[in-house]
Design a protein around this ligand. Sequence first.
Ligand code: BTN
Length: 245
Amino acid sequence: MGSVPFSNIQWHAEVTSTNDVAGRLAERGVPEGAVVAADAQSAGRGRHGRVWVSPPGAGLYVSLVLRPRAEAAPLLTIAAGVALSDAIQAATGLSCALKWPNDLYVGGRKLAGILAEAGAAPDGTPHVVLGFGINVLPAAFSPDIAARATSLEGELGRAIDRHALLRACLDALAARYADVQEGRVGTVLDAWRARAATLLRRPIEWQQGGRPRRGVAETIDGSGALLVRTEQGVVRVISGEVRWI
Ligand code: BTN
C-alpha cells in the first residue's frame, strides 16, 4: 500500500468549518487524500462541542478525507498528533509536547488541536474527516483563551511561512498515516510516548460516569487508550478529557 500524497488541495477564503466541506466531498466519493484548507472559519469546532476560534489568517485550518482500515481508525488521532508535532519542529524548530489524546502544547499552553469525525456516504461507504487547527498568530484569542493558548509566531517572535508549514504537516501526516494503515503501530505509539514524556507520570483528574476521578497517567496502550494508575488499580481511559492537577 503506497502512502496517500495529500496533493489534491482546495483552499477557501472562508468556510463554516473545513470539516464540513471535507465531509461533503467524502460523501460524494472524493478519493482519499483530498485536503480542504481555509483562511478563516465562521463555525470552526473543537472536541467536546467547543468552538475553535478561527479568524482570517490567524491559524492553519485544515481537514483531510481519509478511508482507514477499521483496525487503523482508533489510532488516527494519536498518529496525527505525532505527525503535527514532527512537522512543527521541522518547519519552525519549535518543540511541542503531546497531551492525551492529541493536543499539542508549548510551555503549558495549547498550540494546536485535532478533531476526527467519522461519516458515511449514502451508499454506506465509510470515511473519516481528520481536521487540525494550528494557532499561528497571537492576536486571534479573546482574553480568556489567551491565558490557555499560544501561537507559533507568539512563541517564535517571528513570522512563519504558513504554506511551508502546511506542506510539512501534510508530508508528516502522509508518513504516519501509512504507518497505521500498514500495521507499524508500535512505531507510532513509541513516538507518541516520547513526545508526551513530560506530561506522563503526573497526577491527573478526569470524569467517569459524571464523577471526578484521580490517578497518575502512566502511558497509552496499543489502541491509544490512556492507562491511569488509581488506588483501585489501573484504569483505561478511552475518551473524554483529562486535566493535570
Ligand atoms: C480541539 O482541540 O478541540 C480540536 C480542534 C480542531 C480544529 C480544527 S480547525 C480545522 C478543522 N475544522 C474545524 O471546524 N475543526 C478542525
